[in-house]
Design a protein. Structure first.
Length: 299
């Protein structure tokens, strides 16, 4: 009996030792498994936080982007690509809904642009300014401040080249696409320097007008690839055509060339020497108001 009892005790101790060993081993496995799950959760959470941060940064980047207009200016703007199509097809109908785009070329000038901006504020309307880089540089800090003032008010800013030099842009009346892009890029850089790195514009106007030049198909390709629009005009006050006109004559030309059009893109200039344009602007704006036009910008 004593021998058997000892054998049973030995077996019990062996079994118990095996059980303890097995439990310890299982406990280690369980602990490792739990730790792995915890690590996976930590890594997953870290990944989710990284993605969320990247999305927030992208959203902020999108919010900061100013394409032609600032945040407040979006209220007054219109898709320039749609207007480009209208101009190219010579279809100025809009189901009776009248829209006018006041556009000014060749600025900003320190003599005329301030008068233009003052009138726009007094009348509560916005316009699109197709600016030239060289004119801005020649005007120094005052010209740059005018760009900021105009932009902050909600006006749209478009690119009208740096040099406005026909010989550089269209040698032999044919487009030089490389020279053209380089020239316009200089103005883009000037505008970013003035309005911030988040500013860009997708709207350009060719010096002399798109239809004046040959071999423009390369420009079409470039604009399409970059979702940009080239905007000419379908009405003008004739402040750069023929003999010099006084304010009253400029108003008459505006009425004549815009008559019968639901969509009007009016060409004017705010560069040096265009003081009569500044004088004519209040009457031009009042005419379009009386005719039921809504004032929009292009971006």
């Amino acid at each position: 009996m004593g021998i058997k009892k000892n054998q049973n005790q030995i077996l019990f101790y062996l079994w118990f030792s095996l059980l303890i060993t097995t439990m310890n081993y299982t406990s280690i496995e369980v602990t490792q498994y739990v730790n792995e799950i915890k690590q996976e959760k930590v890594e997953l959470q870290a990944q989710q936080e990284k993605v969320a941060k990247e999305n927030r940064e992208k959203e902020l980047e999108e919010q900061l982007k100013m394409v032609g207009v600032n945040k407040e200016g979006k209220e007054y703007t219109y898709d320039a690509k749609e207007i480009q199509k209208k101009l190219k097809s010579c279809d100025y109908s809009n189901d009776g809904n009248k829209i006018v785009f006041l556009t000014f070329d060749d600025g900003s000038s320190t003599s005329v642009t301030p008068k233009i901006l003052e009138t726009l504020k007094e009348e509560g309307v916005r316009a699109t300014f197709f600016v030239c880089g060289k004119t801005i540089e020649d005007g120094g800090e005052k010209a740059k401040e005018l760009i900021k003032t105009s932009f902050d008010y909600g006006n749209a800013i478009g690119n009208h080249s740096y040099s406005h030099d026909y010989h550089t842009l269209y040698p032999g009346r044919n487009l030089d696409i490389d020279a053209f892009k380089k020239d316009f890029q200089k103005t883009d850089e000037i505008l970013k320097d003035i309005l911030g790195e988040h500013f860009s514009t997708r709207v350009i106007r060719c010096p002399g007008g798109y239809i004046s030049w040959n071999k423009m198909d390369k420009l079409d390709e470039y604009l399409d690839e970059n979702n940009m629009a080239e905007i000419d005009w379908n009405a003008l006050n004739s402040d750069a055509e023929g003999k010099k006109k006084n304010a009253q004559e400029l108003v008459k030309q505006t009425i004549k060339t815009s008559s019968g059009k639901d969509i009007v893109v009016l060409l004017m200039h705010d560069t040096y020497g265009k003081d009569e344009t500044a004088k004519a602007l209040p009457d031009i704006i009042r005419y379009f108001k009386e005719q039921g036009y809504e004032f929009k910008t292009l971006s």
